[in-house]
Write a protein that binds this ligand. Sequence first.
Ligand code: AMP
Ligand code: GLY
Length: 433
Amino acid sequence: MKVLLVGQGAREHAIAESVVKSGGVLYSYMKTRNPGIAKLSREVKTGSLNDFNSIVEFAKNVDFCIIGPEDPLADGLVDRLEDAGVPCIGPRRSVARLESSKSFTRLLLTKYKIPGNPDYQVFEDMNHVRDYLQKKSSIVVKPDGLTGGKGVKVWGEHLTSIAEAEAYIRELIEKDGRVVVEERLDGEEFTLQAFVDGEHVIGSPLVQDHKRAYEGDQGPNTGGMGSYSFPDHGLPFIDSKYIPIALDILKRTVRAVREETGTPYKGVLYGQFMLTRSGLKVVEFNARFGDPEAINILPILKTSFTDICLRIIDGNLSAKHVEFENKATVVKYLAPVGYPVSPVMTEVTVNEDEIRNLGGRVYYASVSEVNGRILTTSSRSIAVLGVGSTIEEAERIAENSICYIGGELFHRRDIGTRKLIQKRIDHMKQLLS
Ligand code: AMP
Ligand code: GLY
C-alpha cells in the first residue's frame, strides 16, 4: 500500500508512524524536511504546499493520499487529487468549510437545528454591531477564515472596551467580508476527533489541549502547547454522558454538510467542544486531525490505520475497525524561546536512544534538517509523548524525555499534572453547582 502524506509537522510525523506501523509504504511531500518523517519515508519531496501541480504529479503512483494541515484542504487540494484519480483522506473544499469558514458552520448548525451553537451573530458591515455589543456582557470575536488558532479575541482578555472590539470587528470585515461575534462561554474544553467515511462517524478518545503559551494557562494563544488523554477514553471533568452527545453533534453535522453541499465529508472531523452550565457547546470544527491531539490518539490505535483509511475511501467504516488501547497519554510541545511572539532560531539536539529507553517518543514539528543539523523555524519545534497505565506515568515519561532535548526551547511543565487536572475538576464542579 503506497501512501502519500502531505505536511511536515508533528501531527504528520504521528500519521507517518501509523502508516508505516500498519504496513504502508510512505511517500512524503513537505515544505521543509522533517527528519522524523524523512526517516520513515521511501521517497521525500520538498516544495510549497500551494504547488498543487507538483503534489498531484508526485501522487501519480500511490494508492491514496493523506492531507495533514488545514490550508491545502481549504484551498481544494483534495478536489485536485480526486479529480486526477487519487483517493484522499481529507474533505473536498466545499465541505472543508466546516473549518475554513466559521460563519458557514454557525449558520449550518442553526439551519439544520443541530444543538451546540452559542448565541452568535454574523456581521458583514458595522450596522447593528454596537447594539449587539451593548446587549451582550461578554463576547468573542472570530475571524471567518483560517488563522492557525491565533485570531480569536476574547472579551476581558484580548478586548477590554467596546471601542477595541469594534475596531477588531471592522478590521476583520474589511479583510474577510464578514466576522462572527458570539457569546463568551465559560466551561472546560475538550477535543473529540472522529473518522468519517462520508456516512459513518467513529469517535476516538477525548483529549484536552492547552492553548496558552505559559504555565497556569497564562500568556498568548498558541497552536497548542500539549495535551492529554485518559485510559478510559474520557476526561475526569466531563461527565461521560456527554460523549455520545458530542458524537451525535458530529454525526448530524456530517449529514447536514452533505445535504447542504451535495458532497460527502471524508477524512477526520475534529470537534472542539466546551461543557458549560447550559450544556455542551461547539467551539469550532476542524477538517483534520488536531495538532497535538493526533499524537494522543494515533499511537494507541490498536487496529490498522491504513485499513481505516481504505474503509474511509470505500465508505465501509464501522466502530469495530477503530479500537484504542486503554492507556493514558501526555504530549508536551517544546517551542523556541519567545514563541509565539518573537521566537528565536536555535539548533536542537535530541538523544532519541535515551528517550526510547525511557519509553518516550519524539515527534518533530517546525524544524528543518539542514546538513545534518536540526534548526528551529518560527513555530512549535518538537512534541514529546509519554504513554502509560496512568496519567502520572505518562506525564513522568514525557517530562523525563525532555531532559534529553537541547536548545533554546521552553515547554509547559504543568500539562498532565494532577494539580492542573484537579483545577479543571474544581472549575467544572463550581460551574455546575
Ligand atoms: P478557535 O480558533 O475557534 O478554536 O478558538 C480559539 C480558542 O478561543 C478556543 O480554544 C477557546 O479557548 C476560545 N474560544 C473560542 N470561542 C469561544 C467562546 N465562544 N467563548 C469562550 N472562548 C472561546
Ligand atoms: N490543537 C488545535 C488544532 O489542531 O487546531
